[in-house]
Design a binder for this molecule. Sequence first.
Ligand code: GAR
Length: 192
Amino acid sequence: MKKLIGLKKTKVAVFISGTGSNLKNLIKFSNKKNSPISINLIISNTKKAKGLKYANQYNIEKKVLNFNNNKINEKKNLDFLIKKEINFICLAGFMKILSKNFIKKFKGKIVNIHPSLLPKYKGLNTHKRALKNKEKFAGCTVHYVTTKLDSGKIILQKKVKIKKKDTVNSLKKKVLKKEHQLYPAAIRKIFS
Ligand code: GAR
């Protein structure tokens, strides 16, 4: 990935659908002087996403876009991101599947955080499935987004030990805490 020239930060859009704890964490990271990115845009597929509040809190532009991918929406969304000079996209709890064409247009420039040790447990309900299978470890992965769901090249992973007393909720909390360490580390790796 492109090296930093001087102090110019890469303009990033973060896509969310929910709480936005990873978004908040990425904003804090981006505000560090030596961070390679700036968060210029928060995109959600729903106006109900709680994380949209961070747009006001941190004075970042936000926009709700329609990701029901017909050609018209897709073009509108792409045009909007290009107009805003977005060069890189971080998916952070974004629960829509991006169209093949959208991914092609941002080839190698979209990353996602997923709550499992990929390639294990792609898709939804990762913690429930890991517990059911009596896994010893859970964790999270930051990976490039390709047209195959949760299958792009892995950038970084972090493991969490599963304890006997763990529930879906306790595991979710533990993994989320690791996610907040992992995403900035993965961004640093990409831009180093
Ligand atoms: C995170 O655990 C993230 O890994 C997961 O959603 C949560 C969002 O939390 N993403 C996926 O499941 C994507 N398939 P947040 O809104 O607090 O960042």
